[in-house]
Design a protein around this ligand. Structure first.
Ligand SMILES: [Fe+2]
Length: 454
């Protein structure tokens, strides 16, 4: 009988702490004491340094790890482009990206039972360029098959923040194993090799790939030293290795093109590691949500889980923001988001439930929306009317729900897959949401009242 997801989950062990310097060994005595690269490493292992920032990056931004493995990653045949046609059903290339000011909303993206993780990646939107290590990409994924037994994948383009909407991902990485369920996220940093299998059937979700810098916790400012996503709740896998000398295929996403090579050993042969550049996961249910306890709707930045900074202070290439279940208690306040035009772009998705600024079921789990730079949006007409007339008691919103946003300072372009081929764009989104808004401004009545007051 196959193991249940809960039985599998018991087999995973993690180290706690965001950005901590961790060390882990699957065999005692693997890690050298007091040095990194001894002449004769323990157990005949090879030493490999794995950097996530320039060697000379400032100390507080410096990311690197040391791996102690059975064979180094360099032992492999030449890279070759993946043959045309093998990935013909998916869209990784961003050459056809278009920037449009329309408000966009998508119906739920389909499951695809016929493909694995790599073939299930669809590039929806992008800004920037992995060649220049600038910008970000947004994917949806939908897969129904395990990756082949002897196949691994990595992206040289950036750090992937994976947001499952449905299903369970069993992710074997060079650093250890991660079990990822809906309402959790994980970050696989640039270059980390991994294999995805699906112990509980089909999976679907979203990915933000950060071409530039790395995700970090937002500053807390006057909030103080705790709150939002707490550092201790981030989990990093412990070392786990196999001694497998069979032939493996490794696939690389390298400037949005796929390359492959073979090697005669598993990539998952790291017996021990230490450092601060590693994959990690986080349970969104642990987010300590903050909000207004007096009046007005705060900026959604109060809900930032992780931020990928640009070179401009306080301005993100990608903020990952969530809208968890929470209490609204503000007095004399229009409680949903205000109408707004934002210098940032907002890509939203829904993991489960509903979202309090939209009614009518147009924004559904596994769907998405994009409100680009300066594209006007806000509550739809029905939500505005309801919130304007509601009696303002303390109110719990979002129970059983989790919406999220990838917010970027960059103008987001949409691929032809996202605009056309996925066939999920709602043509009537704008008309249905905001054209029904009516004016309540009665100028003659206003003038009469002003005259009476003179
Ligand atoms: Fe917005």
């Amino acid at each position: 009988m196959p193991a249940t997801v809960f039985e599998i989950a018991d087999k995973y062990t993690y180290l706690n702490g965001f950005g901590s310097y961790h060390e882990s060994e699957a065999l005692p005595g693997t890690l050298p004491v007091g040095m990194n690269s001894p002449q004769k490493p323990a157990y005949g292992l090879y030493v490999e340094k794995f950097s996530g920032t320039a060697f000379t990056a400032p100390r507080h931004e410096n990311h690197q790890s040391w791996l102690y493995r059975i064979l180094p990653a360099a032992a492999h045949r030449a890279w070759e482009p993946v043959p045309a046609g093998e990935y013909s059903s998916n869209s990784l290339s961003g050459v056809d990206v278009q920037q449009v000011p329309n408000q966009l909303r998508w119906d739920p993206f389909d499951f695809d039972l016929s493909v694995d993780w790599v073939r299930g990646l669809h590039l929806v939107a992008e800004a920037g360029d992995p060649v220049m290590k600038s910008g970000l990409a947004i994917f949806v994924f939908a897969a129904g098959k395990d990756m082949n037994d002897h196949e691994a994948f990595y992206s040289a383009d950036g750090d992937m923040l994976i947001v499952p909407q449905h299903g369970v991902l069993d992710i074997t990485t060079e650093f250890g194993r991660i079990l990822l369920r809906a309402n959790e996220i994980c970050v696989i940093p640039r270059g980390v090799r991994y294999r995805v299998s699906l112990p509980d059937g089909p999976v679907r979700g979203y990915i933000c790939e950060l071409y530039q810098a790395h995700f970090q916790l937002p500053e807390l400012g006057p909030i103080g030293s705790n709150g939002l996503a707490n550092a201790r709740d981030f989990q990093t896998p412990t070392a786990h290795y196999t001694n497998d000398k069979s032939t493996w295929k490794v696939i690389s996403k390298f400037n949005k093109r796929l390359f492959q090579m073979t090697q005669h050993h598993t990539p998952f042969d790291v017996v021990g590691w230490h450092g601060n550049y590693y994959p990690y996961k986080y349970d969104l249910g642990r987010f300590n949500t903050m909000g207004s306890i007096s009046f007005d709707h705060p900026d959604p930045s109060i809900f930032t889980v992780l931020t990928g900074p640009s070179n401009e202070a306080g301005t993100a290439i990608a903020d990952f923001v969530i809208f968890p279940p929470r209490w609204l208690v503000q007095e004399d306040t229009f409680r949903p988001p205000w109408y707004h035009r934002n210098t940032m772009s907002e890509f939203m998705g829904l993991i489960a439930g509903g979202y309090d600024a939209k009614t009518g079921g147009g924004f559904r789990p596994a769907g998405a929306s994009l409100h680009n730079i300066m594209s006007a949006h806000g509550p739809d007409a029905a939500s505005h009317q309801a919130a304007s007339e509601a009696e303002l008691h303390p109110q719990k919103v979002g129970s059983g729900s989790m919406a999220f946003m990838f917010e970027s300072s960059l103008m987001i372009g949409v691929t032809s897959w996202g605009l056309k081929h996925c066939q999920k764009v709602q043509e009537e989104y704008n008309e249905e949401s905001w054209e029904p808004l009516v004016s309540h401004f009665n100028e003659s009545a206003v003038m009469q009242k002003l005259n009476e007051n003179e």
